[in-house]
Design a protein around this ligand. Sequence first.
Ligand code: AMP
Length: 209
Amino acid sequence: MPSRRIVLLGPPGAGKGTQAKLIAEKTGLLHLSTGDILRDEVARGTALGRKAKEYMDRGDLVPDGLMIGMVRGRVGGGTGFILDGFPRTVAQAEALGAITPVDRVINIALSRDEVIRRLSARRVCRRCGKIHNILFDPPQLDSRCNACEGELFRRDDDRSDVIENRYDVYTAATSPLVVFYRRKGVLREVDGSRPRAELLSEILAFLDG
Ligand code: AMP
């Protein structure tokens, strides 16, 4: 596959992180998850992490200026990437377009009810970052990762009140990006309720085309 600059869109819990990791493994493209980068900044107690935490805890968006600054230095190098969780506003998409062209955008669609069901059951490995779901992908060992046996944890923002706000924020601020990228002719919409492997094949075929 030629080097691609890819954006994954979709509500929280649609499978962006899972698919981005699988695509990165298959293609060698750089996977950039702004949520993961922010959680690392929070864990390290950096100035950015301290500013971002209050927004993240509520399920609100971190201000555009902070996000654009964070992404700018990581995507400008002319090599391919998969952005997962960025852009999340039209202002972020415009800023990204000024930094680098985007070749392919995939919107992973999922209903509000399914988002709530999935995020309530999501557990993440503290060691390797693998995403599990205790409903459809239960750990074989209690609270341990199926890949590396690291400890599984529930994200602070995967609590029911915060989940609902995150979906509403997605609808208001991020879903207009579907139209934004459709107009540019780079968008493919996929059904996030399909099995993970089928979804991956569909996405890889689109990226290869
Ligand atoms: P995620 O892991 O992608 O669900 O992101 C977790 C949280 O990080 C979000 O609920 C936001 O508070 C924040 N965040 C991640 N990416 C962005 C972004 N592009 N713009 C604003 N806030 C973001």
